[in-house]
Write a protein that binds this ligand. Structure first.
Ligand code: CDP
Ligand code: MG
Length: 140
């Protein structure tokens, strides 16, 4: 049985400024995931607070907010077989130092904050995040 899902990915400002957008997108495309939406944009602090609502009370959140608003990022909706888990596995562990070699973070990051990518972690968060970033909707 197939289980095709959509998930939201952010290619974070560190990746954009380092010229890694193409390299990161290539990982998802070669895995077989399809790009449904893609937008380069810069967000403000209020939008960051909405995206990271679950983390706003963390002691490290102000640093994350400064980072995620520091420059343009690329928001992407990907679709494919069990896309939410597939993308989380491709991304690797949150801390780039601990992330496995071969994963995006393992290959491109050495920070627990400036870690190249974000991805939705559940069906519910994917629906919420896709609705936040692409309120005009995503075609099937
Ligand atoms: O992104 P992921 O779901 O793997 O990790 P998270 O625990 O949901 O944290 C969200 C983001 O906050 C991470 O991707 C990091 O960019 C940042 N973070 C941080 O700045 N400092 C931490 N101690 C933990 C996470
Ligand atoms: Mg998370």
């Amino acid at each position: 049985m197939t289980d095709v899902q959509q998930t939201l990915v952010l290619i974070k400002p560190d990746a954009v400024s380092r010229g890694l957008v193409g390299a990161v997108l290539s990982r998802y495309e070669t895995k077989g995931l399809a790009i449904e939406q893609l937008q380069l944009r810069r967000i403000d602090a209020a939008f960051a607070d909405r995206h990271y609502a679950e983390h706003v009370d963390q002691p490290w959140y102000p640093g994350l907010r400064d980072f995620i608003t520091s420059g343009p990022l690329v928001a992407v909706v990907l679709s494919g077989e069990r896309a939410i888990e597939a993308v989380r596995v491709l991304n690797g562990a949150t801390d780039g130092v601990k992330a496995s070699p071969g994963s995006i973070r393992g290959d491109f990051a050495s920070s627990n904050q400036r870690n190249i990518v974000h991805a939705s972690d559940t069906v519910e968060s994917a629906e919420r995040e896709i609705g936040l970033w692409f309120p005009e909707g995503v075609s099937e």
